[in-house]
Design a binder for this molecule. Structure first.
Ligand SMILES: [Zn+2]
Length: 58
């Protein structure tokens, strides 16, 4: 079962993250634009979102 999608659009240099977990407080992350921002986003979003998704960081 897919609970989240990381969408990277290399043609337009942007990325976003969509979470499908029921009860997620922030199901949409991004989009971010630009090579550096996309790179940073992709590198950390799964971990960052997991914290937000479960409320562990709140
Ligand atoms: Zn989530």
């Amino acid at each position: 079962m897919i609970t989240a999608n990381l969408i990277v659009d290399l043609d337009n240099v942007r990325a976003r993250y969509e979470c499908h977990r029921p009860g997620c407080t922030e199901p949409r992350e991004g989009p971010v634009f630009g090579t550096e921002d996309v790179r940073a986003f992709v590198a950390v979003i799964r971990n960052d979102h997991r914290a937000r998704c479960t409320g562990e960081s709140r």
